[in-house]
Design a protein around this ligand. Structure first.
Ligand code: NAD
Length: 367
């Protein structure tokens, strides 16, 4: 007997898969399961018009499978626009592995995941994201060529996080220039929420430029170490939105700009690495605009990592990686000006420029 699969009641009103709220013209979703290794993963391929769908793999202890599906749908779509606006010939994809990266990640599980990636024949190319290390990508490389972000010893461009942090720093400087008329961060009060791979390097850049630093994380040991190293003030998670700041830099997980926080945020600029910072792109983007808060779109300023892994596919070196990443400063300023000219939010401005690039390519392919 086949047992009936039931969706949570609030989702019964819509079609269970294509009717999902986060489903946005995705091309293909692949569900991967392997009982022996305990692997449960979802690969989301949003769009391949500009090239193969490239995006990292996130391993996270999701509360349930619906949350994991929602995450992969949102993240893979974000990758499409990130690569498009950065001028890369890549489509958008992402993968999530359901589980605790600290206790459930094994080489066998990573290899099995790599085999699923391989079965897509290059339509999806993976890389690292939250819960993944360069060493995990090296393990995946053992079973498939469709992986980037592998170590320099194995011919890769290495850990993308420092480049991501540099790009975020460039985007932040552009947003600060737009808001304050000068791009310096010296003396600016900046709060970095999440001091992991990207956040820590961002703190380093900010410290070197003389910013007044505030840091928040759930990892107490890290907070203690970095507060000493960078003379940063530690802020409790509940106090993040009570601070009067020049810049709020979300560098942990997404959706921190939501109904509960949007009116509390007391910063003049938002610029950070986290993907999908706006819980609702339209609603929360519009409120930030109304409140005069300069928001640097996440998918634009956190593109350093994808520029870094793209180098592995295109074969360009560190100099070119840095040059392309520094250009995030110019693109971000252009987006602020475009948003002013067209009276739209910065998020909408960045999306429409990215979408134009995809539409033009689609037209060219039809000819
Ligand atoms: P990471 O896992 O190394 O760091 C995340 C940090 O956030 C950790 O220190 C964690 O303890 C902290 N954190 C988790 N929940 C928190 C909470 N509720 N409050 C405060 N801190 C919390 O991840 P990362 O590689 O630094 O990536 C950070 C963000 O940037 C993610 O959203 C990721 O998708 C995005 N991003 C990363 C890259 C990259 O190259 N690594 C590229 C693009 C986007």
């Amino acid at each position: 007997m086949v047992s009936e699969i039931t969706a949570p009641t609030e989702l019964k009103k819509v079609d269970p898969v294509f009717g999902q709220l986060s489903f946005n013209d995705h091309e293909q979703i692949v569900f991967c399961q392997d009982k022996d290794t305990g692997l449960k993963a979802i690969i989301g391929i949003h769009n391949t018009v500009l090239g193969p769908a490239l995006g990292g793999t996130r391993m996270w202890n999701y509360a349930n499978e619906w949350e994991a599906l929602n995450d992969v749908l949102r993240l893979s779509r974000g990758m499409t626009y990130k690569s498009a606006i950065t001028g890369l010939n890549l489509g958008g994809g992402k993968a999530v592995i359901i589980g605790d990266a600290k206790t459930q990640k094994t080489p066998e599980l990573m290899r099995r995941f790599g085999e699923f990636v391989d079965s897509l024949g290059g339509k999806y190319i993976t890389a690292e994201d939250v819960g993944m290390e360069t060493a995990d990508m090296d393990t995946v490389r053992g079973v498939t060529p469709y992986v980037t972000g592998i170590s320099e010893e194995k011919g890769g461009a290495g850990n993308p996080s420092p480049i991501t942090a540099y790009g975020v720093f460039m985007g932040m400087k552009a947003a600060v220039k737009y808001q304050f008329g000068d791009d310096t961060l010296e003396g600016k009060k900046v709060l970095v929420q999440g001091v992991g791979h990207v956040g820590e390097t961002l703190v380093d850049h900010l410290y070197n430029e003389g910013a007044q630093l505030y840091i928040s994380d759930i990892n107490e040991a890290k907070l203690e170490e970095l507060s000493k190293k960078y003379k940063a003030t530690v802020v409790d998670g509940n106090e993040v939105f009570n601070q009067a700041l020049d810049v709020y830099a979300p560098c942990a997980l997404g959706a921190t700009i939501n109904d509960a926080t949007i009116h509390e945020i007391n910063a003049k600029v938002i610029a950070g690495a986290a993907n999908n910072q706006l819980a609702d792109e339209k609603v929360h983007g519009a409120i930030l605009k109304e409140r005069g808060i300069a928001y640097a779109p996440d998918f634009l300023i956190n593109a350093g990592g994808i520029i870094n892994v793209y180098a592995e596919l295109e074969g360009y070196g560190k100099k070119e990686i840095i040059k392309k990443t520094e250009n995030i400063f110019n693109t971000t300023l252009d987006i602020f000006n475009h948003a002013d000219t067209h009276n739209c939010t910065t998020h909408e401005a960045a999306l429409s420029i990215a979408q134009n690039r995809i539409d033009n390519r689609k037209l060219a392919l039809k000819k």
